[in-house]
Design a protein around this ligand. Sequence first.
Ligand code: TRP
Length: 454
Amino acid sequence: MSERKSIHGEWSSRLAFFFAATGSAVGLGNIWKFPYIAGDNGGGAFIIVYLACVVLIGLPILIAEVTLGRRGRESPVNTLRSLALDEGRSRAWVGVGFIGMVSGIIILSFYSVVAGWSLDYLLLSLRGAYAGASADRVSRLFAGLTGNPWRQMLWFTLFLAVSLWFSARGVRAGLERAARIMMPALFVLLLLLVAYALIVGNAADAFAYLFKPDFSRLNGQVLLVAMGHSFFTLSLGIGAMMVYGAYMPNGVSIFRVSVWVAAADTGIALLAGLAIFPLVFAKGLAPAQGPGLIFTTLPLAFGAMPLGSLFGAAFFALLVLAAWTSAVSMIEPTVAWLEERGVGRVRSTLAVGAVVWLLGMVMDFSFNIWSGVAWQGRSLFELFNFVSSDIMLPLGGFLIALFTGWMVSERSLRRELGVSRPLLRLWLLVLRYVTPVGVLLIFLNALGLIRGAL
Ligand code: TRP
């Protein structure tokens, strides 16, 4: 057990931690990103690789982050500093905390823009804007939004402002309360949407698509995306789960609750697939539409269904709720760090929010006035998304696995985790060898450095 105390307060119970951590994990990653990358990468085979990455790479790192956090009980930077000191290791490990803070801020900048689209679409749904619309009209609807920097700015600013409000209110009154209200609502909405999709949509094709693997579609790039997503969807690699662990009461089994969080996150991603693909297939639409799947293909499907505008509104409300409880976790490492340096919570949140907002404007403009700016065929938005999710998160996770597996003594870990020795050994084995080697191989392969191996 940790002898330290958090100056930021603690979650009020084990269930509160579960809600907050699941709230962080379940987000646009599950409902917007997972369906479209599964669609782009061939469905079932991608999903199997993704599940393997969650179990072999994601879950062990999730447990590691929460364990480090609860031992250190501070922001990731300061937690890593005190643990490195305890264990007689180099202070340079705090660098992992700093990289994480930067990644979190970058991710939130494009995340807010996508969440802003969802707010706009919530309104569009309620107005029946895509009811009975043609494919052409629906794509023009989306282009009209992304092409208008001010409309986009309005919505992403609104989304960000609400997230910052929850952050500013602190651990219990802000983060915990948001998750306690929003997560059950999200779950109910999702179940309703799945039931609706299975009734009015094409359930058979959706099941076949999601669960019948076509292995010929696998390659190094697919592996990289699946691994990157296993980090993204579990909120790993930036210290978000670490700082959530710092607020976890002593005596809660880290192992057990982490397994629950990973299971809930995966379950919700699959349910999101079942809410979306039956509708897509019912209209004979293509699943591989990239990031626009949710904003062009899906409205087209909803628009042609009975009560489509109503269920469409429920869908976009679901996205917004999921995004709020995730957004707060992306900046928590930085907010907590600033607070530990003596800046008040409200000011810390505002300072971080200002930086996110400025970067968010860059993301906003990347769709319109700066849409010509590209690097290696990627727009600024795609570049931010790729560099943060597919490079910085796995790198952060890799370093966290190495730190936990090789730098922290087994005794300290055992004291914190309180699990049986065989289980601890198994986890350490995975963390020391399987996770780092897996990340490395996938990286090298994607960079084309080990040719033909995969
Ligand atoms: N997991 C969230 C999602 O799937 C996104 C998220 C929240 C995140 N916190 C994070 C991603 C920290 C990476 C790092 O939408």
